[in-house]
Design a protein around this ligand. Structure first.
Ligand code: AMP
Ligand code: MG
Length: 502
């Protein structure tokens, strides 16, 4: 339904998911909270969505984000989905602590979901309380917005509020709600939900909805559903390559946490690594390292195979032909990922042209980084300050990179190979350095900073959270006054595990 009004409480909703069959969701209202207060509003995003940021930050707006008031035109619902969690199939998950309020059309004409997370129990809550405490809410706000500023497809954070309610975890913790924005909240697990019920009619309705919403070009293809699969595979290949290029570890790549739109979702046990370690895992529940940094491409492929399986009845009436077609699309993931990965790392090394051996040069650097405990982000950032010739004009810049490695000789040897490669580039030093500074961030949401922010918030001080959010909104700017935030943790500050967002 479409609503238009000058009343700022009247969001310009244009809901499409709520018009799908009733078995796609459960209509449920948010549970009121005692004492909502604004933590932060994302003014730029609000404006982009056609919402009034001043109103959203006012008591009336906070009433809406807290779920205490359902605005006109909203049709709150909990979406049904299934999922493979650590490989184990769970036929019914669904929004247990989130509600889709409705959809709006943004300034670029794109449909966007507005969802409240932490808004109370739903029929999908199982034994959960439907709530969130401020820790996971602040983490999601910071990391999802940092990802957006790094130009990585992601859900966004529109606002965070505290609820004035104590949430029972291992102790009582202050409650919070985040308003999340996404191209849609349709997951691989949404398709699995219907596939498991052998509800082919629902699968077709869902696939058509996704095509209309995200991949309208697929409609023109001879086999629109095969084309849909191709698009989803391509989006994941590009996305995971981007994660790898910033040292991001998602931490819980279950199929219910994979959006078919290709945006990153679910910032529970995620982390950006400090020192480069391909086996890095931060999630406290990922005991076997299933979702370690280096496993992310193969897990993505595994998740895509699950997605393809759900589409089989739509691909061809002959099951063998359907399987063959699906396999060939999923098998293309590896090649697509490798191409995307090479392009990401070529840019990170400042190479504008494509040459044989570039991927090996990047791999060689990564191996030296791993062996020498070099900080992932700082290595690439500082590489961008180096001159392309070893003429001794920038000995300090070279030392700043070498100082990140246990054995400086190892990286100096690599720098020789890199400079030999740079010699064949047409692009000059200045152009390369500025391109590298626009590619390799200075600021990432480092774990120890997030933990410091959460500790301060627990003591009632949201100042550090606001400051970190501001810094992370300009990750490629030098920001000399905030230089300390570029640095990895000191020995006592290292965070070894992050927890699920519950
Ligand atoms: P997640 O770990 O966020 O991917 O969530 C996995 C499933 O558990 C989803 O169905 C969530 O809705 C549900 N869930 C997580 N936390 C809670 C909670 N506090 N209350 C109710 N359901 C929850
Ligand atoms: Mg999830």
């Amino acid at each position: 339904m479409k609503t238009t009004s000058n009343d700022p409480a009247c969001f310009p909703f244009e809901n499409s998911y709520a018009s799908l069959p009733e078995r796609f969701y459960v209509r449920v209202h948010p549970t009121p909270v005692p004492n909502p207060a604004l933590i932060r509003i994302n003014r730029g995003l609000a404006e982009h969505l056609g919402l009034d940021p001043d109103y959203l930050a006012s008591p009336g707006g906070v009433e809406i984000i807290s779920g205490n008031r359902v605005p006109p035109g909203a049709e709150p619902l909990a979406m049904a989905y299934a999922g493979q969690q650590f490989g184990r199939l769970v036929p019914r998950l669904g929004d247990g602590r989130a509600l889709l309020l409705g959809e709006v059309i943004d300034a670029c004409g794109r449909r966007r979901d507005i969802q409240l997370k932490g808004s109370g129990r739903t029929p999908f809550s199982r034994s959960g309380d439907g709530r969130a405490w401020i820790g996971p809410v602040l983490r999601e706000y910071l990391v999802s917005e940092a990802m957006a500023a790094l130009n990585i497809p992601t859900t966004r954070a529109l606002a965070a509020i505290s609820t004035g309610e104590l949430i029972l975890r291992d102790r009582g913790l202050p409650g919070a709600i985040i308003a999340r924005v996404a191209a849609s909240h349709i997951r691989v697990g949404t398709f699995q939900y219907f596939a498991l019920r052998k509800d082919v009619q629902a699968l077709k309705i869902l696939a058509d909805h996704v095509i209309d919403r995200h991949f309208p070009d697929a409609r023109e293809a001879t086999n629109p559903y095969l084309c849909l699969l191709e698009y989803v595979v391509a989006k994941q290949a590009a996305l995971i390559a981007k994660w790898m290029a910033v040292g991001f570890i998602h931490g819980v790549m279950n199929t219910d946490n994979v959006l078919v739109s290709g945006e990153t979702i679910d910032y529970g046990p995620c982390a950006f690594m400090d020192g480069y370690d391909p086996a890095a895992v931060y999630s406290s529940i990922d005991l076997r390292g299933r979702y370690a940094y280096q496993n992310q491409p193969s897990i993505a492929r595994w998740n895509l195979a699950s997605f393809a399986t759900t589409l089989l009845p739509l691909l061809d009436s002959d099951i063998d032909r359907a399987v063959e077609a699906a396999e060939s699309v999923v098998n293309a993931f590896g090649r697509q990922f490798n191409l995307a990965w090479s392009a990401e790392f070529r840019a990170k090394m400042g190479l504008a042209e494509e040459k044989d051996g570039d991927a090996e040069l990047a791999q060689d650097l990564l191996e030296r980084m791993a062996a020498n405990h070099a900080d992932f982000t700082l290595t690439f950032r500082r590489l961008g300050n180096l001159s392309g010739t070893e003429d001794g004009t920038h000995p300090k810049a070279d030392s700043a990179v070498a100082g990140l490695f246990d054995d400086a000789a190892s990286i100096r040897e690599w720098l020789g190979k890199w400079r030999a490669r740079l010699a064949s580039e047409k692009q000059g030093d200045l152009a390369r350095q500025s391109a590298m500074r626009a590619t390799n961030p200075a600021y990432i949401p480092r774990n120890h900073r997030i933990e410091q922010v959460i500790s301060a918030a627990l003591a009632g001080d949201f100042g550090p959270f606001g400051k970190l959010a501001d810094i992370l909104s300009k990750p490629f700017d030098e920001q000399p006054e905030n230089a300390g935030y570029q640095l990895p943790p000191g020995p006592e500050e290292v965070v070894h595990t992050t927890f699920c967002g519950t």
